[in-house]
Write a protein that binds this ligand. Structure first.
Ligand SMILES: O=P(O)(O)OC[C@H]1O[C@H](O[C@H]2O[C@H](CO)[C@@H](O)[C@H](O)[C@H]2O)[C@H](O)[C@@H](O)[C@@H]1O
Length: 257
């Protein structure tokens, strides 16, 4: 955890406080993680329940912020489109490996695809282990073990071995480990957005629940912004906390009132 003081957060507290209300009239840029932040965690990636009001809420916030809103997710952009519909908001998918600044842009891939060998070995391993699930993405493959937690060690062992042998990055998340070609993370995604005309000079806010969001928290802090942890308190670079998805929705809706 960093110890710099260049951060918009209260000092000297152990428990993270709730963030102040979001003020859309201030020159801020809003970055939102998806799973665990905008939708509750479900037994499988496709089993999530998206609140029917969520797409409209994101659209309205993006308009109110003059386009300074981006979803920054580990999911592929196409997968997010499938769950949210095609919104005219900015997206970074695949942990920053995919980039789409607006709904009318094509998705830009910022890294080479995963070697075929890695995908084949993961698929073969998963097919021989009940409860494991492989989720292929444009730049990586995730192994989910939520339905087979006892297989965690075996999954991590395979991921480490493939990562070392093929020079891949290994990212851990909630009951998931993912292999992807190196070079991007959620921090690089936020930095890329902040370099764009529409985001430049804004103060960034990032909301996220998982360890992969910590890279973004650090970058946001470097820009003098606000990092908000969603869910249970844990060691984090965030300075504020919202207790869960419901509270995130209420906090976002309040900004439009
Ligand atoms: O960066 P995020 O938007 O938070 O995405 C992180 C990963 O989320 C998904 O997996 C997680 O959510 C699933 C549905 O709730 C859950 O079943 C799984 O155990 C979680 O790890 C998604 O499937 C991954 O591709 C994302 O990387």
């Amino acid at each position: 955890m960093t110890t710099d003081t260049n951060d918009c957060r209260p000092a000297g507290r152990n428990a993270l406080p709730a963030p102040p209300p979001l003020d859309c009239s201030a020159n801020c840029a809003l970055f939102l993680d998806f799973d665990g932040t905008l939708v509750d965690i479900a037994p499988q990636p496709d089993a999530i329940a998206v609140d029917p009001a969520l797409p409209g809420l994101l659209d309205a916030l993006s308009t109110r912020l003059d386009g300074r809103l981006a979803i920054v997710s580990g999911r592929a952009v196409a997968d997010l489109d499938r769950h949210l519909g095609k919104l005219d908001v900015a997206y970074a998918g695949s942990h920053g490996g995919e980039f789409r600044p607006s709904g009318s842009d094509a998705v830009e891939l910022l890294a080479p695809p995963l070697p075929r060998e890695a995908e084949d070995e993961v698929r073969d391993f998963v097919s021989h282990s009940e409860g494991l699930l492989a989720e292929a993405k444009p730049l990586g493959i995730a192994m989910h073990y939520r339905a087979a937690p006892a297989r965690e060690d075996a999954v991590l062992e395979l991921a480490s071995e493939l990562s070392a042998r093929l020079g891949l990055e290994m990212k851990r998340g909630k009951m998931v480990v993912e292999l992807l070609t190196p070079g991007s993370d959620k921090g690089s995604a936020v930095a890329r957005f902040m370099d764009m005309e529409q985001f430049r000079d804004a103060t960034p806010l990032f909301l996220g629940d998982d360890v992969t969001d910590e890279d973004a928290f650090e970058i946001v802090r470097e820009h003098g912004g606000t990092a908000i942890l969603v869910g249970e308190e844990r060691e984090s670079a965030a300075g504020w906390r919202l207790s869960g998805v419901g509270e995130v929705h209420r906090w976002l809706k309040a900004a439009l009132a």
